[in-house]
Design a protein around this ligand. Structure first.
Ligand SMILES: Nc1ncnc2c1ncn2[C@@H]1O[C@H](COP(=O)(O)OP(=O)(O)OP(=O)(O)O)[C@@H](O)[C@H]1O
Length: 242
């Protein structure tokens, strides 16, 4: 059944960084499965390995041991160019710092992931507009530069850029970390809507009210998953009275 398909499967992932003679064992045997349509959050203290794990899931980094399957593909066997293609086609990224290019317009930022594909200008324009609307943005922003928008608006542009290529998976690393509470709430509303419409989302956060907006939370500590559980939607920022 399509809805039961595994989008991410990690088996016994280890990551070790070497600084001179010293080895730092950052991820120590991570196992994780994320099915199509799931929305999970990953929480844990600073330095516990959350971003390292996201970089491995996002194919920005390779593990020292263990298997990474994205949409059923064992990525260890692929060349860097093939990995770049999978990253471009199957994964959309949203970062804490938005990572928009300031000298480009909002339109050009959202269009970027499409430029390395064989898509006509007309089709690209249609996809950019569609993505910005799905991300809760306003078409009036398209000609603006990112710094003419508020932080919350810039994050919605970043979500549009993540969505534009119709990825299988959205990875959001602290997407509300740079935002005030109201903007954070709007961003979570957007992610929640996208998940309802079928998007698969993995979110890293320090904020329990953000983590609770997912369906399931995984807790990571010292490079290991130490627990997981269903979330309490009453404790999601969208339902809190504050
Ligand atoms: N390229 C690297 N070389 C050496 N050590 C690294 C490298 N990248 C990360 N680390 C170390 O790995 C550990 C985990 O880092 P990571 O960024 O994954 O943690 P995190 O849980 O995302 O933390 P935070 O919540 O503060 O962002 C940290 O101790 C960090 O110093």
């Amino acid at each position: 059944m399509e809805s039961q398909k595994n989008i991410v499967r990690l088996e016994n992932i280890h990551k070790i960084y070497k600084t001179g003679e010293i080895e730092y064992h950052i991820l120590k045997g991570i196992n994780l499965t994320v099915r199509s349509g799931e929305f999970i959050s990953i929480m844990g203290p600073s330095g516990s390995g959350k971003s390292t794990l996201m970089n491995i899931i996002g194919l920005l980094d390779r593990p020292n041991a263990g298997k990474v399957y994205i949409d059923g593909i064992d990525v260890a066997k692929l060349k860097d160019s093939e990995i770049a293609k999978i990253r471009n086609r199957k994964i959309g990224f949203v970062f804490q710092q938005f990572n928009l290019i300031q000298r480009l317009t909002v339109y050009e930022n959202i269009e970027l992931p499409l430029l390395i594909r064989d898509i006509s200008k007309e089709e690209r324009e249609k996809l950019v507009r569609e993505a910005l609307l799905r991300a809760g943005g306003d078409l009036g922003w398209l000609k603006k530069k990112p710094n003419q928008l508020s932080g919350g608006q810039q994050q919605r542009v970043a979500i549009a850029r993540a969505l534009v290529g119709k990825p299988k998976l959205i990875l959001a690393d602290e997407p509300t970390g740079n935002l005030d509470r109201d903007s954070g709430r709007i961003v979570m509303e957007t992610l929640k809507e996208l998940n309802k419409a079928g998007e698969t989302i993995i979110l890293v956060t320090h904020d329990i009210e953000v983590g609770n907006c997912a369906q399931k939370i995984y807790y990571i500590k010292n490079g290991e998953i130490v627990g997981s559980g269903e979330t309490d939607q009453n404790k999601c920022i969208l339902n809190s009275k504050r």
